[in-house]
Design a binder for this molecule. Structure first.
Ligand SMILES: Nc1ncnc2c1ncn2[C@@H]1O[C@H](COP(=O)(O)OP(=O)(O)OP(=O)(O)O)[C@@H](O)[C@H]1O
Ligand SMILES: Nc1nc2c(ncn2[C@@H]2O[C@H](COP(=O)(O)O)[C@@H](O)[C@H]2O)c(=O)[nH]1
Length: 210
């Protein structure tokens, strides 16, 4: 796979313990910023609530997921809360090569894999303001069984221990404040790499290198 610097699009990775609010934040970001496009992951998990195949996820069998692993079709994949999730390479490459900024909503294991392949990817970790609020958000969402909520809360501590490996950490207490922080990170990255690309183009032009 080509390195991130060769693509005009940026790559953002947003991770968080389940219920911290990453899907809500990414959805709100995309409503405000049409240059950001989501990646639709593949998962062996069953659909929940109003989820639609091809919109929230591609819901696939274990056999299909195994095949994709064997064919090296994933940029990254991981087992999370007892299910497998993966990001397909082709969809990401296609959009980034067209100058689209892609955002991945994935777990910390996947985020670390992505950073190894795309060192310029920006990793953002979303934290809840407290344990009580995390539990309460999962319960209020009303989409998971009590057993699933317990499993997700148990896994949250291990996930949050990896927050320091990320480029940015946002505490999602007041939603609008957290959204403002996420927008600022996206804008800063565009300015930074936009400027680097212009500088590279100028240097190459001056040296007559193409
Ligand atoms: N700042 C906030 N204040 C109060 N509630 C919030 C806030 N952010 C998100 N929520 C609510 O918390 C619940 C969990 O949010 P969301 O589904 O976005 O979490 P998530 O991190 O994407 O979880 P998962 O990984 O399980 O998909 C939702 O009901 C959402 O509306
Ligand atoms: N490593 C990856 N993790 C992913 C991917 N898609 C989603 N996820 C993460 O899984 C958990 C659970 O998600 P849920 O939809 O079942 O609540 C959450 O942390 C997601 O971010 C992926 O492609 N790769």
């Amino acid at each position: 796979m080509t390195k991130a610097m060769d693509y005009p699009g940026n790559l953002f990775v947003v991770a968080a313990p389940s219920g911290a609010g990453k899907s809500s934040l990414v959805k709100a970001l995309m409503e405000l910023d049409k240059r950001v496009s989501p990646s639709v992951s593949h998962t062996t998990r069953a659909p929940r609530g109003q989820e639609v195949h091809g919109r929230e996820y591609y819901f696939v069998s274990h056999e299909t997921f195994d095949q994709m692993v064997t064919q090296n079709a994933f940029l990254e994949w991981a087992s999370v809360h007892g299910n497998r999730y993966g990001t397909s390479k082709t969809a990401i490459e296609q959009r980034m090569s067209q100058g689209v900024d892609v955002v991945l909503e994935i777990d910390f294991q996947g985020a670390i894999q992505v950073k190894r392949i795309f060192p310029n990817a920006v990793l953002v970790f979303i934290l809840p303001p407290s344990w009580e609020e995390l539990r309460s958000r999962l319960e209020r969402r009303n989409e998971d069984s009590a057993e699933t909520i317990e499993l997700r809360l148990q896994n949250a501590a291990q996930e949050m221990a990896h927050a320091r490996e990320f480029d940015f950490v946002i505490i999602n207490e007041l939603f609008e404040r957290a959204l403002f922080d996420l927008k600022a990170i996206v804008h800063a990255q565009r300015l930074r790499y936009g400027a680097q690309r212009i500088a590279r183009a100028d240097t190459f032009g001056a040296l007559n290198i193409h």
